[in-house]
Structures are given as structure tokens and as C-alpha cells.
Design a protein around this ligand. Structure first.
Ligand code: R1P
Length: 265
């Protein structure tokens, strides 16, 4: 494929300008809702919402639990933009296309991106319902070259070889931890490493065991690709996993991962 089709700087700028012309909201915070977690977008006040199909250059959501709306509004008085539905590699779009919203966020003026996802717990101490503050990731598709920054690098977004050792903002992690404790969430607040796989099949038992040995605490099919692109263009990143199921690590287990459980219906 022509890597310069539909997701150049000019394409992202055209989309951002199109959106800015239709709303007075000037978001400094961009939010990405994980599977079944789109309810957050409904909390935005004074909403201006766009269906993805009406936004120039935007891909379409194809996964149940991802509504496919970009919602502008205010959350606790702050201007935000919220993706009610994200894009995954397994939906078939090139990885440069599914991460395009991060660059559009940047050109909308967003400074901080907050991402959520539904994930399987690998850490044996985790329970269903735990919230894991992501402190780092394993970008497994990226290891094999399925990486959103492959292709010509446009310096207007960022450098050719971006650093990722500081991908997840430590101040924001600490703030979330402090606020979580204050709110009484201590029993189900965790921190850990998220592992992104390509999907769409869920992990085998051997794969779960391997990922756990590699240092992953939770596994899913998203987030890392978005984080890489958000960091490349200099936005701060904060991310959470909701542990919706526990990865099957044992051949005697009768448990089976399924999307209904992950997405809450
Ligand atoms: C699997 O049920 C789906 O839910 C998760 C997985 O990544 C996968 O797409 O979605 P989010 O990561 O978008 O929450």
C-alpha cells in the first residue's frame, strides 16, 4: 500500500481543521474509551458529537462495544474530546490508519491523552474488576515491524527514533494512584505492564504463560500502538486497563475468554 495515502500531515490537519470549524470546544485532553467503556463519553457536558463515518479521513468502528463517535464537550469544566470507540489492528486497516486519531488529537491542541482498555489479567494477584494503571507496555506487533511509525517520518509530528522509556507519564501515574487511594479504590487499584497482541483470537495457554514470564501483567489488542504515536508527537500519556477476565494459564481450567465478558455484553 501507499503509506502516504489518507494519513499524511496534511490529511490530519484537514480533519482537525474540519472538526475545529464545527465546535468551540478546544480540548487539551483527549480520551480513548476501551471495549465496553464508552460510557465515559456520555458524561461530557455540552456535547458536540460526530459519527466516525461523517469525519473526513476517519476509519469506521467495526467492533461491538465501540460506538464509533467522536465526542467533544466538557468534563468537570475542562474541554475534552473523547473517542467512543477505537480501532484495532485486527479490523484490517493499516496500523498508520488506526492510529491517525492520535495525530488528529495533537492537531486539535490536545496535550494529554488518557486511554482505557479492557484486558485479561496475567498477574496471578489480579482479580476481575481490578483497575491497572499502565506503567509500561510490550508492543508485540511492533517487534515484528507492524509498527505505526514505519514509513517516511514527518518531522512535523516527531523524530525518526522516538524514546519510549518514558512513554507513560510518571507524574500522572502517581496522581492517579493518590486519587484512587483517596477515593477508597485501594483494594482494586493496581499498576503494571500491558501487553498488546494483534488479535483477534484470544491467547493460548502457552502464550499467556510466555507473556507472564516476559513481565506482562495484562494482555489485550490495543493501546500500545496509540501510545507510540501519541508520544512520537509529544503528548503526555496516561492509560488504564480494566481487568475484565483472568487469562487462562492452566490446562485444567474450564474458563474460556469471550468478547461478551470483555465488553460487558
Ligand atoms: C477483545 O474482547 C477486545 O476487547 C479489547 C481487546 O483489545 C479486543 O479488542 O478491546 P480494547 O482494548 O479496545 O478495550
Amino acid at each position: 500500500p501507499d503509506l502516504n495515502t489518507g494519513f499524511t500531515y496534511e490529511d490530519c490537519k484537514a480533519t482537525a481543521d474540519w472538526l475545529l470549524a464545527q465546535t468551540d470546544v478546544r480540548p487539551l485532553v483527549g480520551i480513548v474509551c476501551g471495549s465496553g467503556l464508552g460510557g465515559l463519553a456520555d458524561m461530557l457536558k455540552d456535547q458536540v458529537a460526530f459519527n466516525y463515518k461523517d469525519i473526513p479521513n476517519f476509519p469506521q468502528s467495526t467492533v461491538h462495544g465501540h460506538a464509533g463517535r467522536l465526542v467533544f464537550g466538557t468534563l468537570k469544566g475542562r474541554d475534552c474530546v473523547c473517542m467512543q470507540g477505537r480501532f484495532h489492528l485486527y479490523e484490517g486497516y493499516p496500523i498508520q490508519k488506526i492510529t491517525l486519531p492520535m495525530r488528529i488529537f495533537k492537531l486539535l491542541g490536545v496535550e494529554t491523552v488518557m486511554l482505557t482498555n479492557a484486558a485479561g489479567g496475567l498477574n496471578q494477584d489480579f482479580k476481575v474488576g481490578d483497575i491497572m494503571i499502565i506503567k509500561d507496555h510490550l508492543n508485540i506487533p511492533g517487534f515484528a515491524g507492524n509498527h505505526p511509525l514505519v514509513g517516511p517520518n514527518d518531522e512535523r509530528f516527531g523524530v525518526r527514533f522516538p524514546c519510549m522509556s518514558d512513554a507513560y507519564d510518571r507524574e500522572l501515574q502517581q496522581l492517579a494512584m493518590d486519587v484512587g487511594h483517596e477515593l477508597g479504590f485501594t483494594d482494586f487499584l493496581r499498576e503494571g505492564v500491558y501487553c498488546m497482541l494483534g488479535g483477534p483470537s484470544f491467547e493460548t495457554i502457552a502464550e499467556c504463560r510466555m507473556l507472564s514470564k516476559l513481565g506482562a501483567d495484562a494482555v489485550g489488542m490495543s493501546t500500545a500502538h496509540e501510545v507510540v504515536v501519541a508520544r512520537h508527537c509529544g503528548m503526555r500519556v496516561f492509560a488504564l486497563s480494566l481487568i475484565t477476565n483472568l487469562a487462562v494459564m492452566d490446562y485444567d481450567s474450564e474458563e474460556k475468554a469471550n468478547h461478551e465478558e470483555v465488553s460487558g455484553g
